[in-house]
Design a protein. Structure first.
Ligand code: HEM
Length: 436
């Protein structure tokens, strides 16, 4: 760690301490940091913030010099989690849970927190599970799930005149689809949702309560037990789904270990659900707030795809992830010693005026709209990008089919989730006229 601090503004600290005002609109903070050189040490984070597009992209593409071992931040998060675990160790029941063999499973460094050469081997084996024809094959299920959720949305609209879109729509779609892809039956969906919430908790929360850590521990154990059994089933009887691909992945004699498989399944939940929920919610919010935008996309549905892309750019669901310097490096003239951590801000890079003209404006005619970094870049580029894009496109297209005049309704407090990494509204209340 180094102390060559570059006047961190208090507002950066507000973001790290998860003050609502900063989480709700971090963009002016990022803009200041970009114009101040783009590289700033932040003591409260114990890391450098990297805010310019070119720097973020270059670091993402350089796995030789930058490690992914701590993708959600330096030891602070792990330490807080460890403190919670030490507390729980005082309770005999929790001691037994924490000492159980299933708690030790799935700990292998995989994908998000793996480095080459293991990471390259893992991606070779995992990429086929997300191949385009597999995603295309999932489209009928995505449509059917979206229609079912929209039935509920419409019912609520006719009863009360408004609907809370996060809980009624945006959470359900990615959750149900990944559950389906992992062979989780409908009856287990509520449990699966709880696991997903509990497992994602440490991301962007560096001081979890003991109760939050308890939820994390219990859900990890239950998740591991459940999926060890499902993976074993799929090895004997493979079906046409992502779980079977993961269970039976093998290329030229290379395969995934049980622990790698378990780690990956956990990551699909952690990395895939909330992110897609946030993308769908953000898109609906922009449509509700901007009748002109809504009218334009309604009139030309080929623009839905562009809109989703522009939403990923302007409201990156994953604000940023971390890398650690393996060797001494220099970024924009700032020397960063080996061992230091860097927070690569996708949300800032995506609004870098040197890359995107008028970056704070939604512009469906941007020629470089797809060059955003919301899915990362290089070797760790999100394997679920195709699935997330397909879900969001279908969700918005069918929503526009069923609902007219979508607008914000009374009852919005615009409170954001308690995380500085995953940024998204807790609730979004909209009104609309609907067709049944
Ligand atoms: C809008 C939705 C999504 C966003 C914004 C998003 C964002 C990201 C980003 C930024 C990365 C790069 C991480 C890095 O460079 O360290 C990533 C990786 C990853 N994503 Fe996504 N993701 C989304 C949806 C999904 C879905 C649907 C899945 C799976 C079902 C998924 C699974 C993963 C996994 C496993 C990784 C790790 C890949 C690796 O490190 O090699 N994501 N995602």
């Amino acid at each position: 760690m180094t102390s060559t601090a570059q006047n961190p503004t208090p507002r950066v600290d507000d973001l790290i301490h998860r003050e609502q005002s900063a989480i709700a609109c971090p963009y002016p903070i990022f803009s200041d940091l970009r114009s101040g050189g783009g590289v700033a040490w932040v003591e409260s984070l114990g890391a450098w913030m990297i805010t310019r597009y070119d720097d973020v992209r270059a670091i993402l593409r350089d796995t030789e010099r930058f490690s992914s071992l701590f993708p959600t931040g330096p030891a602070a998060g792990g330490e807080a989690l460890m403190n919670g675990i030490m507390q729980l160790m005082q309770e005999p029941e929790m001691q037994a849970v924490l000492g159980s063999t299933t708690m030790q499973r799935g700990r292998a460094a995989v994908l998000l927190n793996a480095d080459p050469p293991e990471h390259r081997r893992q991606r070779r084996l995992v990429n086929p599970a997300f191949r385009p024809d597999r995603i295309r094959g999932m489209e009928p299920a995505i449509r059917a799930t979206t229609e079912r959720l929209l039935d509920d949305v419409c019912r609520e609209l006719s009863q009360t005149g408004s609907v809370e879109i996060v809980s009624r729509f945006a959470v359900g779609l990615p959750m149900t689809i990944i559950a389906l892809a992992l062979g989780v039956p409908d009856d287990d969906l509520a449990t699966f949702k709880r696991w997903s919430d509990d497992l994602v908790m440490p991301v962007g929360n560096h001081n979890p309560s003991t109760e939050q850590v308890r939820g994390f521990v219990l859900s990890t154990k239950a998740f591991n037990e459940y999926f060890l059994a499902r993976v074993a089933e799929r090895r004997v009887t493979p079906t046409d789904d992502i779980l079977s691909d993961i269970a039976n992945a093998e290329i030229d004699g290379e395969e995934l270990s049980d622990d790698e498989q378990l780690g990956m399944l956990t990551q699909f939940l952690v990395a895939g659900n909330e992110t897609t929920t946030k993308l769908i919610t953000n898109t609906i919010r922009y449509l509700a707030e901007d009748p002109e935008l809504q009218a334009r996309v309604r009139a030309d549905r080929s623009l839905v795809e562009t809109l989703v892309e522009e939403m990923l750019r302007i409201e990156a669901p994953v604000g940023g992830l971390f890398r650690q310097a393996k060797v001494d490096v220099e970024i924009n003239g700032t020397k960063i010693p080996a061992g230091d951590h860097m927070w690569l801000l996708f949300a800032s890079a995506n609004r870098d005026e040197c890359k995107f003209a008028q970056p704070d404006r939604v512009d469906l005619d941007r020629s470089n709209v797809k060059e955003h970094l919301a899915f990362g870049n290089g070797e760790h580029f999100c394997p679920g990008a195709g699935l997330a894009r397909t879900e969001a496109r279908i969700a918005i297209d069918l929503l526009l089919d069923r609902l007219d005049d979508i607008a914000l309704a009374p009852g919005n407090d615009f409170e954001f989730e308690d995380s500085f990494v995953l940024r998204g509204l807790k609730r979004l209340v909209v009104s609309a006229r609907h067709h049944t």
